[in-house]
Design a protein around this ligand. Structure first.
Ligand SMILES: *[C@@H]1O[C@H](CO)[C@@H](O)[C@H](O)[C@H]1NC(C)=O
Ligand SMILES: *[C@@H]1O[C@H](CO)[C@@H](O)[C@H](O)[C@H]1NC(C)=O
Ligand SMILES: *[C@@H]1O[C@H](CO)[C@@H](O)[C@H](O)[C@H]1NC(C)=O
Ligand SMILES: *[C@@H]1O[C@H](CO)[C@@H](O)[C@H](O)[C@H]1NC(C)=O
Ligand SMILES: *[C@@H]1O[C@H](CO)[C@@H](O)[C@H](O)[C@H]1NC(C)=O
Ligand SMILES: *[C@@H]1O[C@H](CO)[C@@H](O)[C@H](O)[C@H]1NC(C)=O
Ligand SMILES: *[C@@H]1O[C@H](CO)[C@@H](O)[C@H](O)[C@H]1NC(C)=O
Length: 433
């Protein structure tokens, strides 16, 4: 009897002290609250199209992109807390039924160089000290929409010259003032323009002195690399194509929200994410480019001089390869990058609901550090530093989208723009323009 009541008493004590299910308020155990770093502020809510890219202008305007498909427009500007509108106009968006075409049974994206097809990324350069360029919104159109067949299976047509392009919009008069396209020997039919950075200084080796764009080709089909564009001559060339540092991680299985992720596309067997080179950021002196594929954990960098070296140099590609630095693993796959005036290279880490940072300045200790983490950061896609010293990021719940989940959409509105104050008075990099 005594023993039984002791057991009963012990059991009762145990059960009352136990915290059940996911209610941690009564536990004596240490709990990961999912956060660290500066306060996260909710800036904007997306209730309509799901966003990809973001750029914040000096006057506070926030521009966003939406890859197409079926969406009505692909470049927008935030107009209030819950809505965006086409920018600079709806008319610049090619109608959905003109986004792709078929030639000899092969699907191609449109070759229209004068209209938006599917804009992936944006970058804003301030009024230039070295060229006549005003504050400019650079618009990177992949020319490769994601289209769906009658069964709803997604596919991405190949690019035709003309479709993939870089457009310059003056933020002073909201007008496209220049467009660059690429030959098929530089932008392959299977290329995918994913990100962009600029250096407008006149002394740059390998250029005409009117500035350069460094573009990311993230090609899921397997020939990723860098595309450079001379902004004076319009000439373009590639570097590090299929270098080990830009290739996808083989059979990579990241975890999102604590669940292993496989690529589940309707009409295809279960697969792995195949995307290569994705994030790119220049150092404040423009001498080095940091980068990484989407589907590996490794951070790399290369002297930008090696990227600018032209094909007339027979060892340009060998030199570039031998000058790649690996900064080792950083603790997760990374998506888009940003960088600040203190030399921090911010890396968006969807697996950790976080932004990590690598200090590229002399103060750096060679290690990637956590900057900010929050359970609301469910796939941070693009980031952009505003004139206010905050980093703004798009939250788009990408791993829950139907094209990665056998057609089932488990995203829940709204998507969001979040922001966090940069450490130590960091601001947007201004030294290269
Ligand atoms: C969580 O547990 C505490 C006591 O441990 C209780 O007061 C509270 O009502 C619980 N909350 C929910 C949502 O069940
Ligand atoms: C969450 O945990 C971190 C690390 O222990 C702590 O610094 C932070 O203040 C906590 N945040 C909240 C909201 O409790
Ligand atoms: C936000 O802008 C949209 C589109 O212009 C408009 O329909 C809506 O009424 C606005 N909402 C608020 C709260 O101002
Ligand atoms: C565009 O792609 C869709 C999906 O594959 C296809 O149904 C449609 O016929 C294509 N349009 C053209 C003009 O080829
Ligand atoms: C807009 O600004 C650009 C760049 O300064 C200039 O080239 C262009 O002529 C301007 N367009 C209009 C319509 O004002
Ligand atoms: C590697 O980059 C450095 C600049 O950081 C340059 O001086 C050197 O010539 C480059 N080496 C090769 C083989 O390109
Ligand atoms: C260009 O001018 C701006 C404003 O005067 C300055 O902040 C910036 O550092 C300059 N950029 C360079 C590369 O000198």
């Amino acid at each position: 009897m005594l023993l039984q009541s002791l057991v009963a008493l012990a059991f009762a004590t145990l059960t009352t002290a136990q915290v059940t299910y996911q209610n941690f308020s009564g536990t004596r155990l240490r709990v990961d609250n999912g956060t660290y770093g500066p306060e996260i502020e909710e800036v904007h809510y997306y209730y309509d199209q799901w966003p990809i890219g973001i750029a914040v202008a000096s006057d506070g305007r926030i521009f966003t992109t939406y890859t197409r498909g079926s969406y009505r427009y692909t470049l927008g500007v935030v107009v209030n807390e819950t809505a965006e509108e086409p920018y600079p106009s709806l008319a610049l968006n090619l109608p959905v039924n003109e986004l792709n075409t078929t030639w000899h049974g092969i699907a191609f994206g449109s070759d229209n160089a004068n209209a938006f097809i599917s804009v992936q990324a944006l970058y804003i350069t301030p009024p230039s000290n070295y060229t006549s360029r005003p504050e400019t919104l650079w618009v990177l159109d992949t020319g490769r929409p994601t289209v769906h067949n009658a069964q709803g299976d997604p596919s991405m047509p190949y690019a035709q010259p003309g479709g993939p392009k870089l457009m310059a919009i003056s933020l002073a008069n909201n007008t496209i003032y220049e467009t660059f396209t690429f030959p098929s020997t530089v932008h392959y039919p299977s290329s995918y323009l994913n990100d962009l950075r600029f250096d407008l200084r006149p002394h740059l080796s390998g250029t005409s002195g009117k500035g350069i764009a460094y573009l990311v080709d993230s090609s899921n089909e397997g020939r990723p690399g860098f595309i450079m564009l001379d902004l004076g001559t319009g000439e373009s060339w590639r570097r590090l194509t299929q270098d080990i540092s830009v290739l996808r991680g083989q059979q990579d299985v990241p975890s999102y929200q604590g669940r292993p992720f496989y690529f589940r596309q309707s009409g295809q067997p279960v697969n792995w994410q195949q995307e290569g080179l994705d994030g790119l950021q220049l150092t404040t002196d423009g001498e080095r480019a940091f980068y990484s594929p989407l589907s590996t954990n490794v951070l790399y960098s290369i002297p930008t001089a090696n990227l600018r070296e032209r094909d007339t140099n027979p060892t340009a590609e060998l030199d570039a390869h031998s000058n790649v630095s690996s900064h080792g693993q950083r603790g997760g796959n990374a998506n888009g990058f940003e960088g600040d005036s203190n030399g921090l290279i911010y890396q968006l880490i969807p697996e950790q609901n976080a932004i990590y940072a690598f200090d590229s300045s002399k103060r750096g200790n060679g290690q990637t550090q956590g900057f900010v983490r929050d359970p609301r950061i469910i796939w941070p896609d693009g980031a952009s530093i505003g004139a206010d010293g905050f980093v703004y990021m798009n939250i788009n719940q990408l791993p829950f989208q139907p094209d990665w989940n056998f057609g089932v959409d488990t995203r829940t509105h709204p998507g969001a723009i979040l922001r966090a104050k940069l450490p130590n008075g960091g601001t947007k990099v201004s030294t290269l323009y």
